[in-house]
Design a protein around this ligand. Sequence first.
Ligand SMILES: NC(=O)C1=CN([C@@H]2O[C@H](COP(=O)(O)OP(=O)(O)OC[C@H]3O[C@@H](n4cnc5c(N)ncnc54)[C@H](O)[C@@H]3O)[C@@H](O)[C@H]2O)C=CC1
Ligand SMILES: O=C(O)[C@H]1O[C@H](OP(=O)(O)OP(=O)(O)OC[C@H]2O[C@@H](n3ccc(=O)[nH]c3=O)[C@H](O)[C@@H]2O)[C@H](O)[C@@H](O)[C@@H]1O
Length: 443
Amino acid sequence: MRITVIGTGYVGLVTGVSLAEIGHHVTCVDVDEAKVAMMANGISPIYEPELEQLMEKNIQSGHLSFTTELHFSSADVIYIAVGTPQLPDGTSDLQYIEQAALDIARSLTKDAIVVTKSTVPVGTNHWIKTLIEEATPKEIKITIVSNPEFLREGSAVYDTFNGDRIVIGTENNQGREILDDINASFGLPIYHTDLKSAEMIKYASNAFLATKISFINEISAICEKVGANVEDVAFGMGKDNRIGDKFLNAGIGYGGSCFPKDTNALVQIAGNNEHDFKLLKSVIKVNNSQRMKLVERAIEAVGDLSGKRISLLGLSFKPNTDDMREAASIPIAQELVNQGAHVVGFDPIAIPNARSFLPEEVQFKETIEETIRGADVALIITEWDVIKSIDLTAYTTLMTSPIVIDGRNCYSLDEVRRHPIHYISIGRPEIQNRFVANSLNTR
Ligand SMILES: NC(=O)C1=CN([C@@H]2O[C@H](COP(=O)(O)OP(=O)(O)OC[C@H]3O[C@@H](n4cnc5c(N)ncnc54)[C@H](O)[C@@H]3O)[C@@H](O)[C@H]2O)C=CC1
Ligand SMILES: O=C(O)[C@H]1O[C@H](OP(=O)(O)OP(=O)(O)OC[C@H]2O[C@@H](n3ccc(=O)[nH]c3=O)[C@H](O)[C@@H]2O)[C@H](O)[C@@H](O)[C@@H]1O
């Protein structure tokens, strides 16, 4: 099948490369000339494991190409994968979707199947179809399909080939049959539904996962007060198949380009339809306050942060990605700078992106050791393997005072107990050996 994918971000590029890998002829279109030039040379503009190897392989085999030209007339199927960011009031900004629809309409010379991969509010697929139809000759027939994406950043390629389901929302059998054909080689379960239900499945899935995270974070706050351990609690809960053991990691909350924007968008979709989504509003509120916990703990541990050297370990919103969108490091770094702290940041991959997201006062270091050297407090923001696997003696030998506040519960408490560290994590008992207190007093 000849497929054109519009938009080559995390979703569009991975979709295009994966469809090429299973044998389709894919043209990826983007308006960003610099990005297209990179991709045409086999270089991925995003950090995503396995992606670049597959890109190179499929460019070589002639299955994958990149262009800025907005001509779609030779495609059998056109995928829309442009961004749907959040407007200030929480609703989805559909300007890129609208532009893509108009670009499609302008160049169509025959019937087309248009597939929406982007996450869009309920009813948007009908709107896209109407937009295209209004701008094309009457004899051209448009079939619209909603095919929401469930990949996670950091494991996007793996997820595309090993996902739990493919959702295909259609308005007729033709769209359904062609999408079944296109996706057959992925070998994943396909679930068919109507357009609106497919759109809703995407928001409901992200909102439910966000709810699990805020729920376990609330439980972690109670664990801290009563002296329980949230990891043991989550493990015990997760053994019940009805609950499941995934997405119960307590921490500093969810970030990224999707959970924050999609939860806000669903609150707006509900509100526009006269439903006050109280539960989801609370999920968002809990998440917003969760992010500041590390700063609050730092103040409890050392008092006034002014003039203190504070290390941020991990800057991206989660490990294995360079994506800084809605990363917890952004409000945390801003608050630390506001309080007069001297902030030093480390991330194995995201530093180039982080420079434009974090306050200019933040300094960056290439290694964990350089980042924590001379620090008064280390805050763990992202659970990169390189941070999880560090020898804990580095904290005691390099820091001015070994106070580690771990927003991702990276270390086992048994391991921490073997080191003279003041260790504060989320929903687990605080560890402050007498030895640490003594060593701090003698500094
Ligand atoms: N990032 C993720 O992990 C996931 C994202 N989604 C959804 O997928 C959609 C895309 O998200 P991302 O890939 O993160 O976006 P992104 O912001 O990384 O990429 C969007 C791309 O579209 C391009 N673009 C915009 N307008 C265009 C036009 N008219 N023609 C050609 N190219 C155009 C931009 O230059 C950019 O390269 C969003 O709706 C998002 O909610 C869904 C699942 C996962
Ligand atoms: O719509 C999207 O964009 C995507 O959003 C999420 O994927 P992603 O944002 O890439 O990453 P996740 O692994 O879901 O993590 C999101 C955030 O939740 C946090 N998280 C996750 C799991 C957990 O138990 N606890 C927790 O705090 C992570 O640290 C991260 O900040 C969903 O998992 C994907 O299915 C979906 O396609």
